[in-house]
Design a protein around this ligand. Structure first.
Ligand SMILES: NC(=O)C1=CN([C@@H]2O[C@H](COP(=O)(O)OP(=O)(O)OC[C@H]3O[C@@H](n4cnc5c(N)ncnc54)[C@H](OP(=O)(O)O)[C@@H]3O)[C@@H](O)[C@H]2O)[C@@H](O)CC1
Ligand SMILES: Nc1ncnc2c1ncn2[C@@H]1O[C@H](COP(=O)(O)OP(=O)(O)O)[C@@H](O)[C@H]1O
Length: 298
């Protein structure tokens, strides 16, 4: 067993009971005859020059959270690398080429995307298509959305599920208010965003709030300040996107994904890896270890 994963039996039992009752779909075993196509294909788009790492973190987390295939679409004119040496399972494309694919189960956009002209053009084209698979917008995709009312209108008209995963500063940009105003009334901010965009909203931070499009709020209690490190939000995007393409209902993918991400950090801290110096890349392996222990034996 990796040295960091040594929860007490009581702790593990508590996590298992909670997950099996709150997000049963995350705890189902794989069908014996399943194949990679059974577990969905996630497209992650972002990673401009200098921020390729955000996309790689999200992609690795997605794969380790159980989806069948992961494509990364880099917001760059050419691929930063022909293959990821540490994760060759992940398929790579430019964002432009990835937009042509028709075999994508869900798309998560924004990790390290940048807010330049190329990112804006790519997002505009995506949002102009009303009928699309589930769409998760994070980070720079939210920052671009915040300054373009036309795209906001397009997003409101979408048919598929939409998920927005802002941190408080991104929520403030979307609602054109201060970060302090968001933090002063987090439930109201999350509900306002959910209603405006007819979207699931994951308002990040300590005790992340997950709000349904109709305004129903769930508060997450896992996680710790070890998560206050570069890239941990990118990992969350990968986890939630991965759960979505596995056919897990959106409510469980969002609420369960946030819980799994936070509990992975709790597992690492309990084992002495953090909170100080915990790195985002470590979360994916911990989440994988944990999810496999949540599975109900048949
Ligand atoms: N390896 C890589 O490639 C990485 C790439 N990354 C990519 O970088 C891009 C920019 O993302 P970003 O979040 O760093 O910038 P941005 O949205 O301007 O936020 C900074 C501002 O917001 C505030 N703020 C932030 N969080 C807050 C909170 N919880 N609660 C309250 N306030 C908060 C903060 O305010 P401060 O407290 O500093 O005054 C500051 O003003 C994005 O695409 C991302 O994916 C990163 O993921 C890192 C690893
Ligand atoms: N003090 C904390 N307690 C619990 N969770 C935290 C804390 N600080 C950050 N997080 C979590 O870490 C993640 C940070 O995401 P984000 O701000 O988007 O980071 P990045 O852009 O670097 O990926 C979110 O899931 C947030 O809820």
């Amino acid at each position: 067993m990796p040295p960091y994963y040594n929860p007490t039996p009581e702790q593990l039992n508590h996590w298992q009971r909670h997950a099996r009752s709150a997000f049963p779909a995350l705890c189902r075993p794989r069908a014996a005859n399943s194949h990679k196509g059974s577990h969905g294909t996630l497209a992650l788009v972002g990673g401009c020059v200098g921020m390729s790492g955000a996309l790689v973190l999200a992609g690795s987390a997605a794969l380790k959270s159980g989806c069948g295939k992961v494509w990364l679409g880099f917001m760059q004119t050419a691929l930063p690398l022909p293959v990821l040496p540490q994760q060759p399972e992940i398929m790579l494309a430019t964002a432009t080429d990835l937009a042509q694919r028709t075999d994508i189960t869900a798309c998560a956009v924004g990790c390290g995307m940048g807010t330049g002209a190329a990112a804006a053009a790519w997002l505009a084209a995506l949002l102009a298509q009303a009928d699309k698979p589930p769409l998760l917008l994070d980070a720079d995709a939210l920052n671009l959305l915040a300054v373009n009312p036309v795209w906001q209108h397009h997003l409101q008209q979408r048919h598929g599920d939409t998920l927005l995963t802002p941190h408080p500063a991104e929520a403030a940009r979307l609602l054109q208010c201060s970060t302090q105003a968001i933090e002063a009334n987090r439930p109201a901010a999350a509900q306002q965003l959910a209603a405006r965009f007819r979207a699931w909203v994951v308002l990040k931070g300590r005790h992340t709030l997950i709000t349904s499009p109709s305004g129903q709020i769930s508060q997450n209690h896992s996680g710790n300040p070890g998560l206050a490190t570069a890239g941990s939000g990118d990992v969350l995007t990968g986890i939630i996107g991965s759960l979505l393409v596995q056919g897990i209902p959106t409510a469980q993918a969002a609420i369960g994904g946030v819980w799994l991400h936070g509990t992975a950090a709790d597992l690492l801290v309990a084992g002495g890896c953090g909170p100080i110096g915990l790195t985002a890349g470590e979360l994916a392996d911990a989440a994988r270890w944990l999810r496999n222990r949540l599975v109900v034996d048949t």
